[in-house]
Each structure stands twice: as C-alpha cells, then as structure tokens.
Design a protein around this ligand. Sequence first.
Ligand code: NAP
Ligand code: GLV
Length: 312
Amino acid sequence: MPSGALLFDLPDYPHERWTAHLRKFLPTLDIRATADAQTAADIAYCVAWKPAPGKLHNLPNLKIVFSMGAGVDGIVADPTYPRHIPLARVVDDTLAQAMSEYVVLSVLYWHRRLHDFIGLQRDKKWRQLPAPRAPQVRVGILGFGVLGQAATAPLRALNYQLSGWSATPKHVDGVKTFHGTAQLEVFLAQSDILVCLLPLTPDTRGILDAKTFAALPKDACVINAARGGHVVEDDLIKALDSGHLGGATLDVFSAEPLPATSPLWSHPKVVMTAHSAAFTDPESFMRQVATTIRRMDDGLPPENLVDFARGY
Ligand code: NAP
Ligand code: GLV
C-alpha cells in the first residue's frame, strides 16, 4: 500500500493514457496531476521530465523522483533540486531496442551512402556508388553505457568494427574500449562513424566541437542521439562545410523545437529527426515506477538511481 500520493508532472503528455498503466500496476495509488500549496505535503512520488525550477523543492514529503527519460539533464539542471531525494531514470529494454534501431539505421545510412543516392535520385542521375564492406567501417560509440552497449549487438551482427568510450573502463566482447579524457583523441581518430550517446553533464556539454571533429578521420560522419547541448552547432557546420566531415544525423538540438532560422534545417549534409530516436514506452515506464514504489514500501533500495556527483 503506497504511503503518499504520486504527482504526474508531465503537462505535455496524455495524463490518462499514461497513468492508466500505473493504475493497472498499483490500483490504490493516489495519482494527482497538480499539487498546490495546500496539497504539496501529500506528494511522496513524482514523475517528471523538465519540472519548473523550484517545483520539486516545494514538495516537503517527497521520497523519490522518476525521470520520464533515460537522460536527467532537464531535472538536475534545477539548482534547487533537493539532492537528498533519490532520482530514478529509465533503464528499459524497449528504450534500448528503439535506440539500437535508430543507431543501426543511421550508421547504415552513411555507410551505404544513402544520402548521396537520395541526392542523385532527386537530380534524376543514374550513378553506381561503391561503399566499403561493414568490417572495414569503424563505428565509435561516445558514451558506452546502457544504450551505447545495447547498440553493439546489432552492429556486431553486421560485422562493423566497434569501439566505445566511457568514463570508466569497460570490457565488452568484440568491442575495443577506451575511457577517460586521455584516451578520447585516439578513440576519435579510429571512428569513421561517431555515435554520441553521452549524458549531458558539465563535463560533456559541447564535447562535439571543432577539436573533436578535427580528431575524427576525414569524411567521418557524426550521429548525435544524446542531447543538443553536446554539439557546438557552428563548429559542426564549419566541419561539414570544410569537407572534413561527410555528414551528420541529428536527433537532438540545443533549442527544441529547432527554430525555423536554424541553418541545420536546410544543410545539405545534415539529416535530422525531431528528438524521436527512442521514446519511453508508457507501460514499461509505469511498470518500473510501480516496481520501485513497491520496493521502497518493502524497505528495499530503489534501482537505476542517478549519481548527483557525476550528474547522470
Ligand atoms: P548511461 O547508461 O548513463 O551511459 C552513459 C555513458 O556515458 C556511460 O558509459 C558513461 O561512462 C559515459 N560518460 C558519462 N560522462 C562521461 C565523461 N565525462 N567521459 C566519458 N564518458 C562519460 O546512459 P544511457 O541510458 O546509455 O543514456 C545516454 C543518453 O542518451 C541519455 O543521457 C540521454 O541524454 C540520451 N537519450 C536520448 C534519447 C533520444 O530519443 N534522443 C533517448 C534516450 C536517451 P561510465 O559508464 O564509465 O559511467
Ligand atoms: C530521451 O531523450 C531520454 O532521455 O530518454
């Protein structure tokens, strides 16, 4: 029996559709769409994505916050976030599956030169374009955590040469691993296709900049499915225009929705999607929330918690 109400603080999401799943798993849970000064003390659990600054701070009996996504930058960015309150993020097979699909799609797109073929078709030009075989293509995954590692299975099945870069050492069969700032340049120099799946933290903000692009091999392609704040957009455009980079797939942007004035909309070497690489599955997420609430009620520690010192 949950002790306290849950605030579902996702004003842009269909409240009823999402919370119906939660009701299925926890029929007695008191679920609220809002909390004001009178009712704030009732709230023990909160589901959030980009809460208004100060909002969580004003819930005096909060026991845990559930981020609606894997990335928590929209929540920890609030300096008033009460850091003694655990923050759980989404770690889920359905999310990993969706991200793996996006990564494979994007890697194949650049490797098999689909971008060039689309241009040729538009111009009604018949031209055969060769591409290297996958075992000759080096795919580097910048941010080798849950999602980065999940993407290696389908890429390995296609026989790409794989590498991953993380903060701490990793050992994954068939993947060359690198870690820490000291090994970043050597990792980049052997990445023909760079896939960014880092969390956005003060250490990783702006990591996709002129220096990083210069360290990549000529004609390398960049896929960013992490956060827009990782990319210095002017540096990316310069690296594409200079001919150093072959192309970029961008799912995320420093301003979302991307303003109509952004040159990225019409850049000939950019393919973009609207933050759609991997959506949180409402049912899976609500199952995770219910499981954690039950664990906490049984005196067990919650899982998939964010480490505030690292920021992810
Ligand atoms: P995760 O499991 O926490 O993995 C993050 C990885 O980045 C870890 O390998 C971590 O290293 C590494 N890392 C973090 N800071 C680093 C640093 N300063 N230097 C080197 N490596 C660093 O996260 P995840 O679940 O894979 O998710 C990754 C991100 O994907 C999320 O934060 C979110 O922003 C993004 N995302 C986007 C979408 C979308 O639709 N576009 C959907 C879901 C998620 P360690 O393992 O050594 O700690
Ligand atoms: C989506 O962007 C997520 O962080 O899950």
